[in-house]
Design a protein around this ligand. Structure first.
Ligand code: IPM
Ligand code: MG
Length: 356
């Protein structure tokens, strides 16, 4: 039998993106070798540099090629020389929308040995997943200006919530909660007391879909209270499902309680199509090229990628290896790890080889 080969598009991107992606690839190559499958990498130079040179963020021909791969592995998008929003909208959001990656999956898990700002909490208490809707809401780009630049200016930004979009997200969240089989609890995070149209729809769809999942406990929290509970009682959460904007906000809070941007990873999923995996920390221009940035978030994103392409056991081994390494680092913060970026990648490889 010939070994299965997966085609992975790599977008190292801007800033420290290429440094962390290099370590992620190193780790994925090792685990692929151990598990008897192979990865065919196709690299794309999307990002700020290319945009400044050519004026193109995401050429149609590249988008077309990306539609045909098994998964996308993304470093970071964001360049100090490009006005904020251009690259985010032109590359990251464009890929999410064009490839219909309607789920943003963000595990919030405190690994052993990692410092959290929550004084009385440990790995036992911080282990939940946020399922964020990823193609609608305030991100849909619906709105506009009236009388722009005058004292009577009006700016509208509309939250788009379709039954189809809300339903597939909530459906995914219920399935995911069942598959995760941890506490079998799904919490809807919204703002039904104020967003009486949009989140009324979310609540009704949630209640409808719940009828098919008698084994899953359901709960509801307003987003402001959610932030409070994530800090005070994170152990209450198993899976949280929420809209695009609220998901964006609470996942940065989640990243902080799990030890910071050095470890936080996410997946932009199209369960029926091409998904994209990224460390969520951004391009960190001030650390670029210094070999000090933490690659564990990118490595964890690689783990999520493996799970998504149908290699759950290798994905689990990557996570186990990361959990060994977090106990060896002085801190997860850039420049304070006690090791360089590439040394941290090597430690993960060593842990993988030790566990064979
Ligand atoms: C994220 C990021 C993006 C978002 C930005 C970079 C557009 O914050 O992935 O959470 O808002 O979705
Ligand atoms: Mg964000």
């Amino acid at each position: 039998m010939t070994a299965r080969t997966y085609r992975i598009a790599v977008i190292p991107g801007d800033g420290t993106g290429p440094e962390v992606i290099r370590e992620g690839r190193k780790v994925l190559e090792v685990v692929a070798g151990q598990s008897g499958f192979s990865l065919a990498w196709q690299e794309y130079d999307l990002g700020g540099e290319r945009f400044l040179k050519t004026g193109e963020a995401l050429p149609p021909s590249v988008l077309q090629e990306l539609r045909g791969v098994d998964a996308i592995y993304l470093g970071a998008i964001g360049h100090p020389g490009v006005k904020p929003g251009i690259l985010e909208q032109g590359i990251l959001l464009k890929l999410r929308f064009e490839l219909d990656q309607y789920i943003n999956l963000r595990p919030v898990k405190l690994y052993p040995g990692v410092w959290t700002p929550l004084r009385d909490k440990g790995p036992e208490q911080i282990d939940f997943v946020v399922v964020r809707e990823n193609t609608e809401g305030l991100y849909a780009g619906v709105g506009g200006f009236l009388r722009k630049g005058t004292s009577q200016e009006v700016a509208l930004q509309t939250s788009v919530n379709t039954r189809h979009g809300v339903e597939r997200c909530i459906q995914f969240a219920f399935d995911y909660t069942r598959r995760r089989a941890k506490a079998n609890k799904l919490t809807l995070c919204g703002k039904t007391n104020v967003l009486t149209f949009a989140h009324d729809l979310w609540q009704r769809v949630f209640d409808d879909v719940a009828k098919n999942y008698a084994d899953i406990h359901t709960d509801y929290t307003h987003v402001d209270a959610c932030c409070m509970w994530m800090v005070k009682n994170p152990e209450w959460f198993d899976v949280i499902v929420t809209d695009n904007m609220f998901g964006d906000i609470i996942t940065d809070l989640g990243a902080m309680i799990q030890g910071g941007m050095g470890i936080a990873a996410g997946g932009n999923l199209n369960p029926e199509g091409v998904s994209m995996f990224e460390p969520i920390g951004g391009s960190a221009p001030k650390y670029t090229g210094q070999n000090v940035i933490n690659p564990l978030a990118a490595i964890c994103a690689g783990g999520l990628l493996l799970e998504c392409i149908g290699q759950p056991e290798p994905a689990r081994r990557v996570e186990q290896a990361v959990m060994q390494v977090t106990q060896q680092l002085k801190s997860l913060a850039a420049g304070k790890m006690g090791y360089s970026t590439s040394e941290v990648g090597d430690l993960v490889v060593k842990a993988l080889n030790g566990s064979e």
